[in-house]
Design a protein around this ligand. Structure first.
Ligand code: FE
Length: 291
């Protein structure tokens, strides 16, 4: 591994956004940031203790050309899709969904006492995989390993590796690492990232200072995109720090994006629209069975 430390290149406070049928969330980055986060396309953080902010949910809608990664921190999100999957994503669970050539699904947060919160990350597919067969992985909290270090750091490994521990999500084209890291007050953490990979951190709670040229702490709700280099190093402030650390191999391919469909060229978007109208959008389907 290279011994250079990555500095923060850009910081994003998150933009209040109304999405789905009326869900209030904060959008950390999206189509305006293309291609800075390549291969990542979008990060939304939802979270509220007021059910009116989330109950409208995300009724039946299509996706093509991407993977959507839903990580529920607190609460429950019911889902169903045209592959016949249906169920509930609960606290600590992850749904890693490859839309491939086309899926239609719904994602409906359920009424929760207290806070409902979580993330959705969109991961781009390489051109050769955009029309692949859709696939779906549901991971319960108990399937996601948590490493507790001698320093009291707690690291959940969804994808990629931390130390010798590998996350359960494997075989993704852009070779992602997806960690949920908790540090005690003053705690230090370091993670090596391949030099050619894109990496960002989103602070869930607390505050911390990342090593490099930007000495300002990154606070709860902020996203830091790292510049080139090797390892990422951070020290938690006295409130402690919880953050997502995500990295992956950039695709360096053109992006044509319309709503929930992300392809390489405009004509592929038009074709997707035509197929949605004609009913040819979903190439692989199983009937949805309601519970
Ligand atoms: Fe969706």
């Amino acid at each position: 591994m290279t011994d250079t430390i990555r500095s923060i290149a850009h910081r994003y406070p998150g933009v209040p956004t109304l999405e789905g049928a009326g869900v209030r969330l904060r959008r950390s980055f999206s189509n305006k940031e293309v291609p800075l986060f390549d291969p990542f396309l979008l990060l939304d953080r939802f979270g509220s203790s007021n059910p009116a902010d989330y109950l409208a949910g995300f009724p039946w809608h299509p996706h093509r050309g991407i993977e959507t990664v839903t990580y529920v921190l607190d609460g429950r999100v019911a889902h169903g899709d045209t592959l016949g999957n249906h169920g509930v994503i609960g606290s600590g669970d992850v749904q890693w969904m490859n839309s491939g050539s086309g899926i239609i699904h719904q994602e409906m947060p359920e009424r929760t006492e207290g806070a409902m919160s979580g993330f959705q990350l969109w991961v781009n597919l390489p051109s050769r995989e955009k029309m692949s067969v859709p696939a779906y992985r549901g991971l319960s909290a108990s399937e996601i390993p948590e490493v507790i270090t001698n320093d009291g750091n707690r690291v959940k490994v969804v994808a990629g590796t931390f130390g010798k521990v590998e996350g359960p999500v494997r075989g993704i084209p852009v070779d992602p690492t997806y960690l949920d890291v908790r540090l005690p007050a003053g705690g230090a953490f370091e993670q090596d990232v391949r030099p050619e990979y894109t990496a960002f951190a989103h602070v869930i709670d607390g505050s911390g200072t990342f090593a490099g040229t930007d000495p300002r702490p990154v606070d709860s709700g902020e996203t830091a995109l790292f510049g080139t280099g090797g390892s990422i190093q951070v020290r938690a402030a006295d409130r402690g720090l919880r953050f997502l650390l995500v990295s992956g191999r950039p695709l360096h391919e053109p992006v044509a994006w319309y709503g929930p469909i992300v392809m390489n060229r405009q004509d592929e978007l038009l074709e997707a629209m035509r197929e949605l109208r004609s009913g040819e959008f979903v190439k692989h389907r199983r009937p949805v069975v309601e519970e």
